[in-house]
Design a protein around this ligand. Sequence first.
Ligand SMILES: [Zn+2]
Length: 127
Amino acid sequence: MCGFDSHLAYVMNRFLDLAAKQAARSGCRYLVGAVVTKSGRVLISSCNRYRNSPGIDFQHATFHAEEMALRRARHVRGAVIHVARINAAGEPRMARPCQRCATALVARGIIRAHYTTPDGPAVVNLT
Ligand SMILES: [Zn+2]
């Protein structure tokens, strides 16, 4: 199978491509990146990060990329988020926002989430 850049459908979405570049920077076990855009402009981008506190349970061991982006972003009401997860080979993997992130995104007024899947980009409306 070919790598991320060979997927024409992905190359066509430059924000998912940017999110994948963020994911590549992650030091976490799962490589996830998120880019928040509004009116075609990037407001903020981030990858997921390990939390500092020891003894935290596995489920909450990381700040998800979406959480990291929301923590750093302002004026995101009406914005769109692009979430990419890649494997070690740079191939796209399922990155649909989890329930906790989806709830946080809705609360901040993010209207739509584009995300990678192994079979091509997908989108979910959050409103
Ligand atoms: Zn999440």
